[in-house]
Design a protein around this ligand. Sequence first.
Ligand code: ADP
Ligand code: MN
Length: 292
Amino acid sequence: MDLASLYSKMSKQKWKVLDGIFAHMWDYEFVPSELIAKRANMSPEKVEAILKALSDERLVVNKQLAYFGSTFTFIGLSLYSLWRLVKRNHVSMLGKLMGEGKESVVYNCYSEKYGEAVIKFHRVGYPSFKKVREKRDYGTLHFTVLTVRSARNEYKALRRLYGFVSVPRPHAWEGNAILMELIDAKELFRVRLTNPEDVLEIIIDEVRKMYSRGVVHGDLSQYNILVSEEGIWFIDFPQCVLLEEGEGEGESEKEDEAEELLRRDVENILNYFKRAYGIEKDINTVLEYIKK
Ligand code: ADP
Ligand code: MN
C-alpha cells in the first residue's frame, strides 16, 4: 500500500467523509451515509458520490442495506489515522515501508516533535480474526473496531512500561496507528549472540519487571525482541493482558488468562534459547522468580 501517494490524492471533502465513518463506526459496521452527511455538513447525494469514489480507491466498502452504508478497509482506516497524526502535528512526513507483518504494516516517518520515528498500522487480520473471536467474547464487533482496540491496547501497554522496561517510547495513538520511537536493532532470531546466557538473563529480568507492572506480553518470542550492541527491546504488545492495580489475587478470569500467557511466553523464550544455544533452564524455577 502506497499511503503517501494515496494521501496526496485526497481532498478536504474526502477527509470529512472518512471522518464521518470514524465517528460512527463504534455503533455501525456499515455507517449510514445520512449520518456521515450530517456530520460532514454535505448533502447525502454528494456524500454517496464521494463514497463511491473512495470505494474505487479501495479506501471504503459500501453496502446497500435498508440504507446506504460504508465501512473502512484496512488501507482506508490507516490513511485516515495517518491524517489524524498529521493534523495533530505528530507526523510531518511519511518515510519508507519498513515491514509488513501478519498483523501490522510498519512505516518509517519523520516527526518535527520527535525526530525519526515509526508508525505501526494495526490490522487484526482476517485469519486471526476468528481466533480472536473464539478466545474472547467480542460480541458483534467488527474488523475496524477490533483493530483500533488492538492499537489502543498496545499504546496503553507501552505507556505503562516505558521508563521501567525496555520498550520503544510511545509518542501518539490515532485510530489503528501508533507512532513510536524507532529502534535501530534486529529481531533476536536474526542475530547470532556471543553472550546468550547474559541476554537470556536480561530478558527474564525484563519480563519480571513487566509482570510487576501488571503486563503480560502474550506473544513473546524471538520475533518480538529486538537486539543490538546497545541493548534489547520488547515490541508488539496488542494482545497483551493489562492487569489493574489490586488485581492479582488469582480470582479473576483475566488473572487466569495472564498466568497462562505468562507460562507460554516464558516457554517460547526458553525453547528458543535451548534450540539455538543449548541453554537449559527449568521453566517452573523461572516462573517462580518472575512472580516473586
Ligand atoms: P506484527 O508482528 O504484529 O506485525 P510488530 O510490532 O512485531 O508487529 O512489528 C513488525 C515489525 O516491524 C517488527 O518485527 C520489527 O521489525 C518492526 N518494528 C516494529 N516496531 C518497531 C520499532 N519501534 N522500531 C523499529 N522497528 C520496529
Ligand atoms: Mn511481531
